[in-house]
Write a protein that binds this ligand. Structure first.
Ligand code: FES
Length: 247
């Protein structure tokens, strides 16, 4: 990999600008790498580390924690067959066995042509349509051996390319409005005209550059301390105040 493409590098920089702390952009940046390469290459993770001023080990540690991020090559289509309780009771294991036979690989394997990776997963939240699977995280339910074969044929022939993009693509719609963080350096993000016209209570709040990093002024700190002393105490710890329990 020669690194992120020019367009993806720009997307990465815009994404980083959305967060008060650059490291908070790590997951979106890893998804950009995975979208470009199909999985997280070592070079890709190193570039993310570089962009976020982190060590490659910190990025690798995060990348290996999450199920949707892969540090090894994945087929163009990742088929994730659920075998949890609702699917198990409705033929989930039979579906997985059929998938293994049809694709010629065991769960966890990738076909020789690099087109399909098969995996067994826990509940994917489509229990009402068990047995089911996701293909690159798009849902397919009420499957039978025949409908699985049809799905594989259609994916292989590119007939579902509108519904199921290649592995790594989370979303093909790019956000162009509604950003709430600062824009280019030194400029405050401006809301689009219709949002600017909305009543103040409904308009999205933009965050001025440096707001999260700068200490409050002395005058502000004194005012906050005075207000805090007037608030009745409801508990001794943060968890008391945040749990919603009554004493
Ligand atoms: S048990 Fe399979 S989707 Fe919930």
């Amino acid at each position: 990999m020669a690194g992120l493409s020019k367009e993806n590098l720009e997307r990465a920089r815009q994404t980083i600008a959305l967060y008060p702390q650059a490291r908070s952009a790590m997951l979106p940046l890893l998804h950009i790498v995975q979208e470009q390469e199909g999985y997280l290459t070592e070079e890709g993770m190193a570039q993310v580390a570089d962009l976020l001023d982190l060590s490659p080990a910190e990025v690798y540690g995060t990348a290996t924690f999450y199920d949707m991020l892969f540090t090894h090559p994945v087929g163009t289509y990742l088929l994730s067959v659920c075998t949890n309780i609702a699917c198990l009771l409705n033929g989930g294991y039979e579906l997985l066995e059929h998938a293994e036979k049809r694709l010629g690989v065991k769960a966890g394997g990738t076909t020789a042509d690099g087109r399909f990776t098969l995996e067994e997963v826990e509940c994917i939240g489509l229990c009402g349509n068990a047995p089911c699977l996701t293909a690159n995280w798009r849902f397919f339910g009420d499957l039978t051996a025949d409908s699985f074969d049809t799905l594989v044929d259609d994916l292989g022939a590119g007939r579902l390319s509108e519904t199921v993009p290649r592995h790594g693509t989370l979303c093909r719609v790019r956000r162009s409005v509604g950003l709430t963080a600062a824009g280019p350096k030194g400029e405050q993000a401006k809301p689009p005209p219709e949002e600017a016209a909305a009543p103040a209570s409904e308009a999205p709040q933009s965050v001025a550059p440096g707001t999260h990093d700068q200490p409050p002024s002395r005058e502000g700190a004194e005012k906050a301390a005075k207000q805090a002393s007037e608030v009745p105490k409801t508990g001794d710890t943060a968890s008391d105040q945040g749990s919603g329990r009554r004493k």
